[in-house]
Design a protein around this ligand. Sequence first.
Ligand SMILES: CC(C)(COP(=O)(O)OP(=O)(O)OC[C@H]1O[C@@H](n2cnc3c(N)ncnc32)[C@H](O)[C@@H]1OP(=O)(O)O)[C@@H](O)C(=O)NCCC(=O)NCCS
Length: 121
Amino acid sequence: MLIRFKKRTEKIAMGLLSFMPEEKEVKRLQDTIHEYEVNDNWQLFLWKEADDVLGAIGVCLDQGNGRAIIQHLTVTPSHRSQGIGKKMVQEVKKLYADRYQVVGNDLTGKFFEKCQEEAEE
Ligand SMILES: CC(C)(COP(=O)(O)OP(=O)(O)OC[C@H]1O[C@@H](n2cnc3c(N)ncnc32)[C@H](O)[C@@H]1OP(=O)(O)O)[C@@H](O)C(=O)NCCC(=O)NCCS
């Protein structure tokens, strides 16, 4: 299930975010997690199954254009290709459906489109 990121899970969240191609450097990772803590338009969620946190999905709310942009999307390597990425995208779409159009960006767009296509089949 999708849970909202809390500061006490900061280390786990940073570990997951580090799988993103642009989040390899520690300083960049620290800045990113800080932004999720202080900026209301940056919203991070973790995917939890039993007691394990297996994935993370982060959106940036573009209030002006009514869009929720998926900017971070990662699953722990041992649990990939089991549908967790798709489930996180679906849950985030449900969460924002009444207020925002959920979209991907340069990094997440390809996977996001794949999820869209499969949802329409
Ligand atoms: C991308 C990622 C989140 C997918 O998570 P996942 O739980 O393995 O995804 P799912 O099990 O729901 O879907 C797997 C499918 O997505 C495909 N896929 C993986 N990464 C993809 C990408 N960047 N673009 C398009 N499709 C992708 C897989 O080939 C697989 O295809 P199949 O179902 O036809 O075999 C995961 O691979 C990951 O954490 N990657 C590292 C972080 C990253 O690069 N994020 C940016 C891209 S979103």
